[in-house]
Design a protein around this ligand. Structure first.
Ligand code: ATR
Length: 286
C-alpha cells in the first residue's frame, strides 16, 4: 500500500447524554469497513458537568481522538469551547462536528449540509422556489433555515407555537426570514414551493392536525427532518395529496460525511445499502 494516509489509525467518537440511541456508530462503522480503513468510531456518554474536561482532553491529545460528533445536549457547549468554530457553526451557535488540527479544536455544524445534500439527491431543483415554509424554531431548525437561505430562497416563513422563538431566529438569520405563528400556516402555504417540518410533531407516530396542501405549487416538495417513523404523518398527508416528499433519514446519513472525511481522510458515499442498514437497525430497536 503506497498511500501514506493508510498508515495512520485514527479514532473518533460521538459524545452526548444520553447516547445509547445514536445511529452514528452504524454509519461510520459501515464506511470504515467498506473503505477498508483501520480506524474506530464509538459512543461516549458525557454528562454536562464533565463536558468541558472532555474537550480539554481532546485538545491535549490525551484521549487519543482525532475528533468526533457532538449531539444533544452538548452542541452549544461544543461551539463555545472550540478554538476555531467556522462561520456556519458561529451563525447557528452550535457545533456537531469537531476535529483536531495543529493542537486546536476546530468545529463546524454539518446538519445544513446533510439537509441540502439529501434534497439535492432526492428532489433536485428543490431550492428553485420563491417561498419556503419551515415549521418549528427549535435547535434543529437553525441549520435548516441557514441552508435554505444560503441556497437562495428569498422568502422563508418560520412558524412556531412559541412565536418569540421564531422571532429570535428571524433576527439571527436576516431579512429573508419571517416569523409567524402556527395560525398563519394556511396563508403562507399559498404559492410556496417547499415545506419543511422541524418540529417533533408526528415523531414516533404522534398526532398531527390535518393539513391542506392544495394551495402550494403543484411541484412543491415536502420534507421532514424527523425520520422515526420514516414516513411521518405530515409526509403521508402530502404524498396522499400528490406532492413530492423526501424523508429525513438522508439528512442523518449526509450530515455524517464531512466528519468522516476530516477524521479518516476519505470521502464516504451515502448509498442505498447504508440507508437500508439504518432502516434495519431502527426496526431491530423499535
Ligand atoms: P430540536 O432541538 O430537536 O429542534 P426543540 O428545541 O425542543 O428540539 O424544538 C422542538 C420544536 O418542536 C419547537 O419548535 C417546538 O415548539 P415550541 O418552540 O413552541 O416549543 C415544536 N413542538 C414540539 N411539540 C409541539 C406541538 N405539540 N405542537 C407544535 N409545536 C411543537
Amino acid at each position: 500500500m503506497d498511500d501514506s494516509r493508510e498508515t495512520f489509525v485514527n479514532h473518533a467518537f460521538v459524545a452526548g447524554y444520553p447516547i445509547r440511541h445514536s445511529r452514528s456508530p452504524v454509519i461510520h462503522g459501515y464506511w470504515l469497513k467498506n473503505l477498508n480503513l483501520q480506524g474506530s468510531y464509538r459512543t461516549i456518554e458525557v454528562t454536562p458537568d464533565k463536558f468541558s474536561d472532555f474537550i480539554s482532553d481532546l485538545k491535549s491529545g490525551t484521549s487519543g481522538f482525532k475528533g468526533g460528533n457532538i449531539t444533544i445536549p452538548h452542541k452549544e457547549a461544543a461551539f463555545a469551547l472550540a478554538d476555531r468554530p467556522d462561520d456556519i457553526a458561529s451563525e447557528i451557535g452550535a457545533a456537531n462536528t469537531l476535529w483536531l488540527e495543529d493542537g486546536l479544536v476546530h468545529a463546524t455544524n454539518t446538519d445544513g449540509i446533510g439537509f441540502t445534500a439529501n434534497l439535492d439527491a432526492l428532489a433536485p431543483g428543490w431550492h428553485r422556489v420563491e417561498t419556503a415554509v419551515i415549521l418549528g424554531a427549535g435547535g434543529a431548525s437553525r441549520a435548516v433555515i441557514q441552508s435554505v437561505r444560503d441556497r437562495g430562497v428569498k422568502t422563508i416563513h418560520v412558524l412556531n407555537r412559541t412565536v418569540s422563538r421564531a422571532r429570535e431566529l428571524a433576527d439571527r438569520f436576516g431579512p429573508a426570514v419571517h416569523a409567524q405563528s402556527l395560525e398563519a400556516l394556511r396563508e403562507v402555504m399559498s404559492g410556496a414551493g417547499l415545506l419543511i417540518n422541524t418540529t417533533s410533531l408526528g415523531m414516533d407516530g404522534g398526532e398531527v392536525p390535518d393539513l391542506d396542501f392544495s394551495s402550494m405549487r403543484t411541484d412543491a416538495v415536502v420534507t421532514d427532518i424527523v425520520y422515526v417513523p420514516l414516513k411521518t404523518p405530515i409526509l403521508r398527508q402530502a404524498e396522499a395529496q400528490g406532492l413530492r416528499i423526501v424523508d429525513g433519514l438522508g439528512m442523518l446519513l449526509h450530515q455524517a460525511v464531512p466528519g468522516f472525511e476530516k477524521w479518516f481522510g476519505r470521502r464516504p458515499v451515502v448509498d442505498a445499502a447504508l440507508r437500508q442498514l439504518i432502516i434495519d437497525d431502527m426496526a431491530a430497536h423499535a
